[in-house]
Design a protein around this ligand. Structure first.
Ligand SMILES: NC(=O)c1ccc[n+]([C@@H]2O[C@H](COP(=O)([O-])OP(=O)(O)OC[C@H]3O[C@@H](n4cnc5c(N)ncnc54)[C@H](O)[C@@H]3O)[C@@H](O)[C@H]2O)c1
Length: 264
């Protein structure tokens, strides 16, 4: 690619992927509303709010691919989620429609399906069961991706990210953890395949413990190489094992399922 846009570039995933995806394009355009530091020689920095349609249109113009990490990444007041994850996603897809429909990686979340039980293995055909307003906003983003694919041919990889952190932090994350390297390998495949369409991919490493089945997207050729099992002893030693009826044990979305509505 000539130019790859990474939104949410100041965030946890954006700041890691900024380097790990640098080889995918001549220029990496980074965007966030927070400080992203200095631009390296292959980078452009654009500060903007995803809720600002005109700014997002300018942001997307001239990009051949988009990795969309920007947005509210936890529960919060509806006005914040609405601006970043609803209006922001509408702005992104409208900008993409007007500017050559660059392929999009949409950072969806396990919280779009958080109210499936952990003792159930689900694939990418299940009906969404969001576990709060944040999860609902991710279901909205998935629906936008589908509508723009069916209506205009816009391609998106919808990635229901589990827990993409340096290491799993608790027992639930032994099932949901995805290493940064496995995610970078997935994104490489997404931009490599000749035809993408609009698949849903569960974002987890090759963990021995799992409740997600990615067999319907085997054609992507993504082969995660890391396994949370190597952290099991560390998790056992450092975190108390939750009770068998705790939300973190019952539900795929874990503690988000027990969270409340965050009033303004
Ligand atoms: N890290 C994970 O394990 C995980 C799991 C599930 C889903 N996700 C999704 O992946 C994406 C990245 O996650 P993260 O962990 O890096 O989150 P993060 O909160 O660290 O980063 C999100 C970034 O988006 C920016 N942002 C928020 N609202 C914005 C707005 N209105 N305009 C412009 N920028 C805005 C924030 O400033 C932040 O830098 C998010 O969309 C999140 O919902 C992440």
């Amino acid at each position: 690619m000539k130019r790859l846009l990474i939104t949410g570039a100041a965030g946890g995933l954006g700041s890691v992927m900024r380097d790990k995806l640098a080889h995918l394009a001549d220029t990496i355009r980074l965007s966030d509303m927070s400080d992203m530091g200095e631009a390296k020689s292959n980078e452009e920095i654009v500060t903007c709010d995803l809720g600002d349609a005109a700014a997002v249109e300018d942001l997307v113009k001239g990009c051949d691919g988009i990795v969309h990490f920007g947005g509210k990444s936890t529960e919060g007041p509806w006005s914040v989620i609405n601006n970043a994850n609803i209006q922001g996603v509408v702005n992104l897809y409208e900008a993409a429609r007007k500017h050559g429909m660059p392929r999009i990686v949409f950072a969806s979340s396990n919280h779009a399906i958080g109210f499936y039980r952990q003792d159930q293995v689900i694939d990418n055909t299940v009906y969404p069961r969001p576990d709060g307003l944040y999860g609902v906003s991710k279901v909205f983003g998935e629906a936008m991706a589908n509508a723009y694919h069916d209506k205009f041919g816009q391609e998106t990889a919808i990635v229901r990210i589990g827990s993409c952190f340096p290491e799993p932090r608790n027992h639930r994350m032994l099932s949901t953890w995805m290493s940064y390297d496995d995610f970078a390998r997935m994104i490489e495949r997404i931009f490599d395949v000749p035809k993408l369409g609009c698949p849903i991919i569960y974002g987890a490493s090759a963990n021995t413990a799992t409740f997600w089945d990615n067999s319907k997207v085997a054609w992507l050729g993504w082969q995660p190489q890391d396994n949370s099992e190597s952290y099991r002893a560390q998790v056992d030693a450092n975190t108390p094992k939750p009770a068998p009826d705790a939300p973190d044990v019952l539900w795929q979305g874990g503690m988000f399922c027990a969270d409340t509505i965050h009033e303004e």
